[in-house]
Design a protein. Structure first.
Length: 181
């Protein structure tokens, strides 16, 4: 069975990034994959110092172990000042090739303004650097404040279809690249 871990790079309560991550996770689960969301808002993660171990922060080991034992990732980030959030970057920096190498990743970014791919490109470079595989389908949600209903559903049917395509690509490519069913 395909195992996917989702990580959202927003600490804000009511985060649109976390909402988009949840929607993506549901779509991936509907295709028969096992999905776990690591909510960094509930973890105690230090700023990365480049240390090999962080014994005073057991959540670093939990993060590393969980990601090391998965086949793929959903990485979601708000876009701040034209790039990824410090939260997602720091979370990735706490891991190494041992944890992220060979993983298949799907990327999502959320913006308050117009949709673009700056943060997605940054995540793509980071994953490539650690020998991860990023699927070509990606989701960028501009004007996120108007993309969701108050109940957390997607307003735009085309965007909903993109989530379906994203999920299918992540599951299919993870099966192929990781050799799992």
């Amino acid at each position: 069975m395909v195992r996917i871990v989702g990580i959202g790079g927003s600490l804000r309560p009511g985060s649109y990034t976390q909402l988009a991550l949840k929607i993506a996770a549901q779509r991936v689960e509907a295709l028969g994959a096992e999905v776990e969301i690591l909510d960094v808002r509930e973890m105690q993660l230090p700023f990365c110092t480049g240390a090999k171990e962080y014994p005073e922060y057991p959540d670093v080991q939990k993060l590393r172990d969980t990601v090391a034992n998965t086949d793929g990732l959903i990485l979601a980030t708000p876009e701040y000042h034209g790039g990824v959030s410090g939260v997602i970057k720091n979370t990735l920096d706490l891991m190494s090739f041992d944890h992220l190498g060979g993983k298949v990743a799907g990327l999502i970014n959320i913006l308050g303004g117009q949709s673009n791919s700056n943060a997605l490109n940054h995540l793509r470079l980071s994953m490539r650097w650690v020998h991860g595989w990023v699927i070509p389908e990606q989701i960028s949600i501009g004007k996120a404040y108007s993309a969701f209903t108050p109940e957390g559903k997607l307003v735009d049917e085309k965007l909903s279809q993109r989530f379906d395509q994203f999920a299918q690509s992540l599951v299919d490519n993870t099966r192929k690249l990781r050799g799992v069913n």
